[in-house]
Design a protein around this ligand. Structure first.
Ligand SMILES: NC(=O)c1ccc[n+]([C@@H]2O[C@H](COP(=O)([O-])OP(=O)(O)OC[C@H]3O[C@@H](n4cnc5c(N)ncnc54)[C@H](O)[C@@H]3O)[C@@H](O)[C@H]2O)c1
Length: 308
């Protein structure tokens, strides 16, 4: 059990990440601008773009008590940093860049200087440069893995890449473990029956922008937990995606038919996700709990009707 500060815990992914951390017995403090109503988790309204607030929040109390416990509050064991504008066009580009890079710099700097040696960062598969390209862009090869060169052109992804470099620098300087999760499109449980998954399955050619991959919000929590329990890896980047491609075609068949000019650089599992999660499985011991076919009831119904 650890004392884990989660930032952005009030958001879409954060609520599932927090639930998973609590399930594993961790104590959680949520730093967010937005409130979160949770009986076990205190939310301290904190603007991460303000360094003073971040240093204070990481060295402060974990809940409101009357009186507060004696002595200094114990230091957090780790930070899971999810907060930020979660895509382009929520605010103008310069504000996306300022807030997301400054917030991440502040949390990494404060955590390292306060002696916290484990930080998990929310990066994004958009750093591979296809999702928010200006026009059509292609992946250089398949599967899409962490050692590929990345050169995103949009502000959100450029900021994510800057944040990875901040993490890398501070991990070296402070001998800390900073693991950056390149998160795929986050899918909440109720989204399996919604429009997006229906389109993933039935209109797969629309979804190069998501790399025909996704991450179940609960499995993302499992990845954060795996990151917290695995020490000593220094700075690392991990694709954070589920195991399988988001349509019904075997992966090699689908990719080689649609993109015959793009090389496939190794053997692929039959339905392997094009954004490969092989590294997070082998280095952090992550095991998927929520494959999409288990939940996609429209898909199941259709399969059953076709079988009759
Ligand atoms: N949702 C996705 O599909 C997806 C995909 C890839 C990566 N990500 C990344 O994962 C993280 C979480 O995404 P999400 O979908 O839960 O986003 P979200 O917008 O639902 O939640 C983000 C949270 O961060 C908080 N926040 C924003 N700026 C802040 C600041 N300056 N100080 C304090 N809190 C602040 C917001 O109040 C919000 O509660 C983000 O970093 C996002 O870029 C998300």
């Amino acid at each position: 059990m650890g004392r884990i500060v989660v930032t952005g815990g009030s958001g879409k992914a954060g609520q599932f990440v927090i639930a998973e951390l609590l399930k594993h017995g961790h104590m959680v403090l949520n730093l967010d601008l937005a409130p979160m109503d949770h009986p076990e988790v205190y939310t301290l309204k904190t603007d991460l773009a303000d360094s003073g607030q971040v240093f204070n929040a990481l060295s402060g109390q974990w809940s409101l008590r009357e009186p507060f416990p004696e002595g200094l509050p114990p230091r957090p064991d780790a930070v899971v940093h999810l907060a930020g504008y979660a895509r382009n066009m929520l605010v103008p580009d310069n504000e996306t860049f300022r807030s997301n890079t400054q917030g991440t710099y502040n949390i990494i700097e404060a955590a390292c200087k306060l002696g916290i040696r484990k930080i998990v960062l929310a990066s994004s598969v958009t750093v591979y440069g296809v999702s928010f390209a200006q026009g059509d862009a292609n992946f250089p090869s398949f599967p899409i893995h962490e050692d590929l060169d990345v050169n995103p052109t949009d502000t959100y992804a450029i900021a994510k890449l800057c944040n990875e470099r901040i993490g890398r620098g501070f991990a070296s300087r402070f001998n800390a473990d900073i693991y950056s999760l390149r998160i795929g499109r986050v899918i909440e449980p109720e989204e399996y029956d919604g429009e997006i998954f229906y389109s993933y399955v039935h209109e797969p050619l629309l979804w190069k922008v998501h790399g025909w991959s996704y991450i179940d919000a609960r499995d993302l929590g499992g990845m954060c937990e795996a990151a917290l329990r695995t020490d000593g890896l220094g700075f690392q980047v991990f694709n954070a995606t589920n195991d399988h491609i988001t349509n019904l075609s075997p992966t090699r068949e689908f990719l080689s038919k649609q993109f015959p000019h793009i090389p496939i650089t190794r053997d692929l599992e039959e339905f392997e996700a094009p954004f490969s999660n092989a590294k997070i499985k082998s280095m952090l011991g992550f095991e998927e709990q929520h494959p999409w076919k288990k939940y996609f009831s429209k898909w199941e119904k259709k399969q059953k009707q076709m079988a009759v």
